[in-house]
Design a protein around this ligand. Structure first.
Ligand SMILES: [Zn+2]
Length: 523
């Protein structure tokens, strides 16, 4: 889906001295070609002395797609600039000092190679959908294309009057212009990462589904799908309300759920989530997908990973919260089932290609969308919940959200919140589950004598020795019970009272990420 000329690199570091405060994107769309013209105003704070600084914007590639800059001003004056290797570099006439403030204006045009999908929808109508994740915005917008630099944003879209325009933020203007054009302006006052800034222009049917804690929830679907789409997307109020109660207030002005041409199943754009166009079926099948994308409004969008390699803070969180949404609304067995199948996926994925959740050797950003970030990340939260206890776990999640809301965080920030609420040292827990590849691979043996004395031996066969509690279900003619065994060594032996031939079920409640080596359950 990405051409090889695009950066897509996880090790890209933005200019540390540049902090973008606000973007104003003025974009003109037309029906006769896929070329856009743009004027972007960027408000920057400089955090140190700067002789020159840079933004990301793709040059014209061999296929003729990309952006050509015509004019750049800085603080209202012409300025020296270069645009090569997909970087716009500005050299102000006097160097900027620490704490100074600058306004950059860039005029440019071109056909986006990616990042703005200009195509026809399944009904043959021409549509425009921004699709920035992970760093595809710079295909057509001059930005610091990295999640660590959050900013407020205005989208001022001029397009033929037959288009409706939706975007992040709240609507501030809709005006007909001469020549059959219309200007639509949306303003997002909350700082968000570029990866989830968005707008779309298409024919839409729109409906106000309801409000949740004062937040309006809208459906935007293609007019041909009006009936089915209004039905399918109306479920969004349920997860939104659930997460508001569980985690703390929603951060944005509204929530729009939009039928789109995103290349993903869903893209969690701040305040305007895009779903793949066939997500509309009229069968009400979108609840899980919506629960995942809506959870991202808290984790990924509002609390944003400062570095790409900590993306489990976004994907693992959304995956787990969607599972908890099912647990709390449809019964505990839903969570157990989801975690059981996630565990199988994690184990299979490890067998194919070992690697840790936080793996700085991954350089391709799309490769971060893997089982470790989603399912294993979810498993880390699931285990943490039992490690610190239900009440403290949710207290820690709320503290982490409150503390880093509309900001950035890395894994250590989350760990410290959890340590604060639990009074526990969680270094080993976080290290073993996030920085070590794989999981405990256990051999479990049981022996019993006729007097009811039994020995259970648990052997960790993998290289790294983990520290965890293993729950064991024990069943004999006297009944069933669950015992919890602290495991810290390569070999752990415990003595229990159980009749010879007792039945042993490791982890009966699905609370540990581990693998039983085949053929090792010996009776
Ligand atoms: Zn996600």
């Amino acid at each position: 889906m990405l051409s090889s000329s695009l950066r897509g690199q996880a090790d890209y570091k933005p200019d540390p001295l540049v902090d973008v405060i606000h973007y104003e994107f003025n974009i003109c769309l037309n029906d006769s070609s896929d070329a856009i013209t743009g004027v972007t105003d960027v408000e920057i704070n400089f955090s140190g002395p700067v002789a020159s600084f840079s933004l990301d914007l793709k040059n014209i590639n061999q296929a003729g797609k990309g952006m050509k800059i015509s004019h750049v001003t800085f603080n209202g004056s012409d300025v020296t600039w270069t645009h090569s290797y997909n970087r716009l570099r500005i050299t102000p006439s006097i160097s900027e000092s620490k704490g100074s403030h600058g306004n950059l204006e860039i005029s440019y045009s071109g056909v986006p190679a990616d990042g703005l999908i200009i195509s026809k929808n399944k009904f043959g109508d021409r549509t425009f959908f921004a699709d920035h994740w992970p760093d595809r915005a710079s295909c057509y917008l001059p930005v610091v294309d990295h999640p660590s630099d959050k900013a407020t944003v205005d989208f001022n879209i001029t397009a033929p009057a037959h288009y409706e325009v939706v975007a992040s933020g709240h609507l501030t203007e809709e005006s007909d212009l001469p020549g059959g054009q219309k200007l639509t302006r949306w303003k997002e006052d909350i700082p968000i990462p570029v990866k989830v800034m968005t707008f779309a222009a298409a024919s839409f049917a729109t409906e106000l589904v309801g409000t949740v804690n004062g937040i309006p929830v809208w459906t935007w679907v293609f007019p041909e799908n009006r009936t089915e789409g209004f039905y399918d997307y109306s479920v969004a109020v349920k997860p939104l309300s659930f997460y508001c109660n569980l985690l703390g207030p929603y951060s944005y002005e509204k929530l729009a759920n939009v039928q789109s041409k995103t290349i993903f199943g869903g893209l969690e754009n701040a305040g305007a989530i895009f779903y793949f166009e066939n997500s509309v079926t009229g069968q009400g099948r979108d609840e899980d997908l919506m629960a995942h994308e809506i959870a991202h409004q808290w984790f990924g969008n509002s609390v944003t990973e400062k570095e790409w390699h900590h993306i489990w803070l976004s994907e693992g969180f959304a995956t787990y919260l969607a599972a908890v949404y099912r647990e709390k609304n449809y019964g505990e067995e839903n969570l157990t089932e989801i975690m059981r199948s996630a565990r199988e996926k994690v184990i299979r994925s490890f067998e194919r290609s070992p690697g840790a959740v936080i793996d700085t050797t991954i350089t391709n950003l799309m490769s971060l969308l893997n089982t470790n970030s989603y399912q294993k990340g979810a498993w880390v939260l699931h285990m943490l919940r039992y490690e610190v206890g239900e009440e403290k776990f949710w207290k820690g999640m709320r503290l982490y959200y409150e503390r880093y809301r509309n900001g950035n965080a890395i894994t250590d920030d989350f760990r410290k919140c959890m340590e604060e609420v639990s009074g526990r040292d969680l270094e080993i827990f976080f290290h073993q589950w996030l920085y070590v590849s794989g999981q405990p691979d256990l051999k479990i043996r049981q022996e019993g004598d006729k007097n009811g004395n039994a020995v259970i031996t648990i052997e960790q066969t993998q290289n790294y020795i983990y520290s965890f509690n293993l729950e064991l279900g024990v069943k004999d003619s006297k009944g069933s019970r669950t015992i919890s065994v602290p495991v810290k060594e390569r070999i752990t032996k415990i003595n229990i009272k159980a009749e010879r031939g007792f039945e042993l079920t490791p982890d009966p409640d699905v609370r540990l990420l581990f693998r039983i080596l085949p053929g090792d359950m010996q009776h």
